[in-house]
Ligand binder design. Structure first.
Ligand SMILES: Nc1nc2c(ncn2[C@@H]2O[C@H](COP(=O)(O)OP(=O)(O)OP(=O)(O)O)[C@@H](O)[C@H]2O)c(=O)[nH]1
Ligand SMILES: [Mg+2]
Length: 273
């Protein structure tokens, strides 16, 4: 089956609206997932950064490896990009507010837009910044559908829908599915996405996190398919007759990884990609 990209109409519309708005903004905040800050970059930012400055908020800090996050922050600082790493479930926004104040003119509030790919925490960031639970948040990608304004103390902020690159290559799309930012069922199904994730965790010597949680090993002589089957047995994903329901096992595995239930992990380091 050929791979395709999840790119519903609200993404195209959101992209158009953000391009129209960019000239009125003091700064754009690009939210990226701290577990893969390169692959979760926004496809819009290249274009928008010619119109106004861009700062980076690395979300889901609590799910990423602390040392890797420190390296990413140093990387952004060395590139002259303002960046913060945040656990948006327990947001501490004082430093962010102080940094942002510099971007607005003295006579009015700072005008900004929060942009990024789906499910990275844009609406959570916006709510933390304006100090209210105004924008709707949710665990599946595609919650925010339109471009809307919210007001906080000294801040006028736009929340925007998650927008993907319709031309993203397969490797990026798979990574986004592991992190919960794209839909596995669109890019070839959970089984393929899970097998790719198993292969990558093994290759990067990160399988220990799965073994520690579920006691399923991945010795060198076993195939990725055998490992998925063993996971399915361990998780009780069986159909009548005792065979493993691989599709269900794959979905449970990918969801546990994307929500951080398997532990903290960072999939890429600065300079690697
Ligand atoms: N653990 C953890 N979860 C987070 C963090 N930030 C966001 N989330 C979770 O990620 C999911 C998505 O959050 P949203 O704020 O709705 O993400 P969004 O980018 O606005 O998503 P769309 O509007 O669908 O594009 C929710 O389940 C949040 O609870 C974080 O820093 N840590
Ligand atoms: Mg949202």
């Amino acid at each position: 089956m050929g791979r395709t990209v999840w790119y519903p109409g609200h993404m195209a519309k959101g992209k158009r609206k953000l391009s129209e708005l960019a000239g009125k903004l003091d700064i754009i905040i690009e939210v990226r997932d701290a577990r893969a800050p390169a692959q979760t970059s926004s496809p819009l930012v290249g274009e928008l950064s010619s119109v106004c400055p861009v700062a980076v908020a690395l979300s889901k800090r609590d799910l990423a490896d602390e040392k890797a996050t420190a390296k990413w922050l140093a990387h952004f600082a060395a590139s002259g990009v303002k960046a913060w790493a945040l656990d948006l479930l327990k947001p501490r926004m004082d430093q962010v507010r102080r940094d942002l104040a510099v971007f607005g003119p003295a006579h009015r509030e700072v005008r900004l837009a929060v942009v990024g790919i789906p499910n990275v925490g844009k609406s959570m960031f916006l709510n933390a910044l304006v100090g209210k639970s105004s924008a709707q948040v949710g665990g599946i990608p595609g919650i925010t559908r339109g471009v809307s304004w919210y007001r906080g103390k000294g801040i006028l902020a736009v929340d925007s829908p998650g927008i993907l690159d319709p031309k993203a290559d397969d490797a990026v799309q798979r990574c986004l599915a592991w992190l919960g930012s794209s839909k596995a069922e669109v890019i070839g199904g959970y089984e393929n996405v899970a097998l790719d994730l198993i292969a990558v965790l093994r290759r990067k010597s990160l399988w220990g996190m799965v073994e520690a949680k579920w006691s399923v090993g991945a010795p060198a002589e076993t195939s990725d398919e055998d490992v998925l089957e063993a996971l399915g047995r361990r998780l009780g994903c069986l159909v009548s007759g005792g065979a493993v329901d691989l599709s269900n096992a794959a979905r449970r595995f990918v969801e546990a990884f994307s929500t951080g239930r398997l532990g903290r992990v960072t999939l890429e380091f600065p300079g690697e990609i």
